[in-house]
Design a protein around this ligand. Structure first.
Ligand SMILES: NC(=O)c1ccc[n+]([C@@H]2O[C@H](COP(=O)([O-])OP(=O)(O)OC[C@H]3O[C@@H](n4cnc5c(N)ncnc54)[C@H](O)[C@@H]3O)[C@@H](O)[C@H]2O)c1
Length: 678
């Protein structure tokens, strides 16, 4: 049997042998609730051994005790002792050590994901979405950073569910980092087995850009939310193509990681937003950032203020400090004229703390989670059932409700409400209310290839961000399509709207051609020394990045919405074409087993090598998704792919579907089933 001395000698990249002092926890920083401890004795032993494999044997007696206490208390081993002291944040790229630019650039991205100002629970490595983590624990964080320091252009770092497996010989035009998170074998791909794997320290919930290291704060979702609300207004409220949401009232919940974008997006769209939030610390964060105008725990006051601004046609975003279900009780009772209604509590992890039930405060929810999970679960179910009833009453009065990609309808279904499913039996055919992708974002954006393209100016300089905004603006023709006009206005006003939280980043929905031309322009600017290096990426929540039947692929109607081929191909294709980082995850924004999603990062260093990557990978990343949507017979995608076949003749070609007459199929199948006696 090999001994620990030999093992230590056999590694040059490893966690330091020195035992760090336990760092102090800064007061006022949000902390994750207990995730619950449910392991058996045998599993607990393995979990402990798993955590101890990162550290030299001499520390095992002390750390075994410490890690076991963490596991029993929090349901996780975070290895708090190994968290570096003080604030972590994305510094200018050249402040990092590293043997290649990518190695430094990814450290900027990781540290930004853990910034006190950006992350939801920074001490628990959770960036957003209640459980979305960069990696599982601080030992992994330290080791990943050591590998990124050492990595050269001839190596690729492999990260499996937060664990840095190692650096492997590679080549400059291969990815520098390949990440997978929470990919479980089919028969174990469910919440219960997942929770065991996570407690045992072999699985990480990367959500999307948390574990994919591409989060840019709530700005990342503001543009998509702005597009969604505007498009919903145009579709359902009769607003003109060039109009905005002046005088309209949007009600929702959540001012957290991504949900915090709702208030800002509504204000940018010139409308009135009322957002319920149970956790005052999140209201405070959004107030300090200027992303909400005011707050109140008094619903009469909230809706009076909303009505005044609706009447004057002036924008305002108001946080209601309280439960969304209480707000809806009030709205139903007092006939509040809501125009658009949604929900953005973390229902994808409703029973782990993502949804605060009606009747208890946020603080009581945190205590109950630790003391009595069965009681907590029962309260969540009761609250979700009431939540559903109230929405149904409002919808009957003409309010447009849509699910906002947070698994709300699935959570209601799981709470025992069968009526929310379309077929009244199971959830396989979807739900009675529309989801924002199914009705809005899918047909109007994803089907054309418009998605959440983003970049980070790695120099950390404001002037670089201003220059990139202007360069991106010059690449958009506002007269091409309505979407281009919206995007043009978005980027023109981006500085004014003060969207940056954390690194100097920007979100801009773009289609394949737009992303490619902006990327080439930025890379040329880096080459000319006009700006420092840039990290390009996107949310996984995109045209081709995510297979998720109730969200990103909710408007895929050929039966293939249950398949995960697209996201997997997208990931593999991006790796083959040399993106700097590729990531593939299970779960994402909707929960384990419900989505496969992936993303990328591309470091623009000004080289011609990177120009070549942009030309092949950027187009593939988007058009692979549009091609699949087209094959599912989505009209806007078919048109986009036909255009691609014309514009890229000789370079690329997409198979298009022939469309049979509906009547032919209906009549023939109807006859066949009559013959079968059904
Ligand atoms: N809109 C989008 O485009 C989009 C994209 C991705 C994900 N999502 C989904 O949206 C959800 C929210 O994401 P997040 O990052 O903001 O999560 P988060 O956990 O940071 O924020 C959710 C917020 O809801 C609050 N909350 C919970 N129950 C409440 C209740 N009953 N009443 C009022 N407030 C309540 C919480 O205190 C929290 O601040 C997730 O399920 C996520 O997957 C949305």
């Amino acid at each position: 049997m090999v001994d620990n001395f030999t093992i230590a000698q056999a590694m040059t990249i490893k966690v330091d042998a020195r035992l760090p002092a336990m760092p102090a926890f800064q007061p006022g920083i949000r902390r994750a609730p207990s995730r619950g401890f449910t392991l058996t004795q045998a599993q607990t032993e393995i979990a402990l051994k798993n955590a101890l494999r990162y550290v030299p044997e001499e520390h095992h007696p002390l750390l075994a005790d410490e890690f076991l206490t963490e596991l029993l208390t929090y349901g996780r081993i975070y290895a708090y002792r190994y968290r570096p002291q003080g604030r972590i944040y994305g510094k200018p790229v050249h402040d990092y050590q590293g043997s290649c630019l990518e190695g430094k650039a990814f450290q900027v991205m990781i540290d930004n994901n853990l910034d006190f100002d950006v992350a939801l629970y920074p001490y628990e490595l959770t960036t957003y979405g209640e459980t979305g983590q960069v990696c599982q624990n601080w030992l992994q964080y330290l080791l990943i950073k050591k590998y990124l320091d050492a990595m050269t252009q001839y190596q690729t770092l492999v990260v499996e569910s937060g664990h840095p497996l190692g650096l492997f010989p590679s080549k400059p035009d291969a990815p520098r980092v390949i990440i997978t998170n929470a990919l479980m074998v089919g028969m174990f791909d469910n919440q219960a087995d997942w929770e065991i794997a996570e407690q045992m320290g072999v699985a990480n919930y990367g959500q999307m850009t948390a574990g994919g290291w591409m989060y840019i704060g709530p700005q990342g979702i503001v543009h998509g939310t702005f597009n969604t609300l505007l498009t919903a207004g145009r579709q359902r409220l009769g607003i003109a193509g060039d109009g905005d949401l002046r005088g309209k009232l949007f009600v929702s919940s959540g001012l957290g990681g991504m949900s915090g974008a709702q208030s800002k997006a509504m204000e940018i769209a010139n409308g009135v937003g009322v957002i319920a939030e149970v956790d005052f610390s999140r209201i405070k964060t959004r107030l300090d950032q200027g992303w909400i105008t005011t707050f109140s725990p008094d619903l009469a006051e909230v809706f009076k203020l909303a009505a005044i601004h609706q009447h004057k046609g002036e924008p305002i975003s108001i946080a209601y400090h309280g439960n969304i279900v209480d707000l809806l009780e009030y709205a139903v009772k007092n006939n509040v004229p809501i125009d658009l209604l949604s929900d953005q509590t973390s229902c994808h992890v409703a029973y782990s703390g993502g949804y605060c039930p009606q009747g208890i405060t946020f603080e009581e929810r945190t205590a109950l989670l630790a003391s009595d999970r069965a009681e907590f679960t029962a309260l969540v179910d009761k609250s979700l059932r009431r939540h559903f009833e109230l929405i149904r009453m409002l919808v009957a009065r003409g309010v447009y409700f849509f699910d906002y990609g947070n698994s709300f309808m699935k959570a209601v279904y799981d709470s025992g409400v069968r009526e929310i499913s379309k077929n009244g039996i199971d959830e396989k055919e979807g739900f009675i209310f529309p989801s924002y992708v199914e009705d809005i974002m899918g047909p109007e954006l994803f089907d054309y290839g418009y998605g959440p393209f983003r970049w980070v100016c790695l120099s950390g300089k404001e002037e670089d961000l201003i220059k990139t905004d202007q360069a991106a603006l010059s690449c958009i023709d506002p007269d091409r399509r309505g979407q281009d006009r919206d995007n043009y206005i978005w980027i023109k006003d981006a500085q004014k709207n003060k969207l940056v939280v954390g690194t100097k980043a920007r979100i801009l929905y773009q289609d394949a051609e737009g992303r490619q031309s902006i990327a080439l322009k930025f890379n040329a600017m880096v080459r000319m020394g006009e700006i420092g290096p840039v990290m390009l990426g996107r949310d996984h929540h995109d045209t081709g990045g995510t297979d998720s039947p109730f969200r990103e692929t909710a408007n895929i109607k050929d039966g293939s919405n249950v398949m995960a081929d697209m996201a997997t191909q997208c990931f593999a294709g991006n790796a083959a074409r040399g993106m700097s980082l590729v990531a593939l995850h299970n779960g994402g924004g909707v929960g384990i087993g419900k989505a496969i999603n992936g993303g990328f990062g591309l470091v623009l260093d000004g080289s011609e090598r990177v120009d070549a990557v942009i030309k092949s990978a950027m187009l593939w990343d988007v058009m692979g998704g549009v091609a699949r949507r087209s094959w599912a017979r989505n009209a806007n995608s078919i048109a986009t792919c036909a255009e691609f076949n014309k514009n890229y003749a000789g370079q690329g070609h997409i198979t298009l579907p022939y469309l049979p007459a509906e009547k032919l199929v209906k009549d023939l199948v109807g006859q066949a089933f009559r013959n079968l006696g059904q």
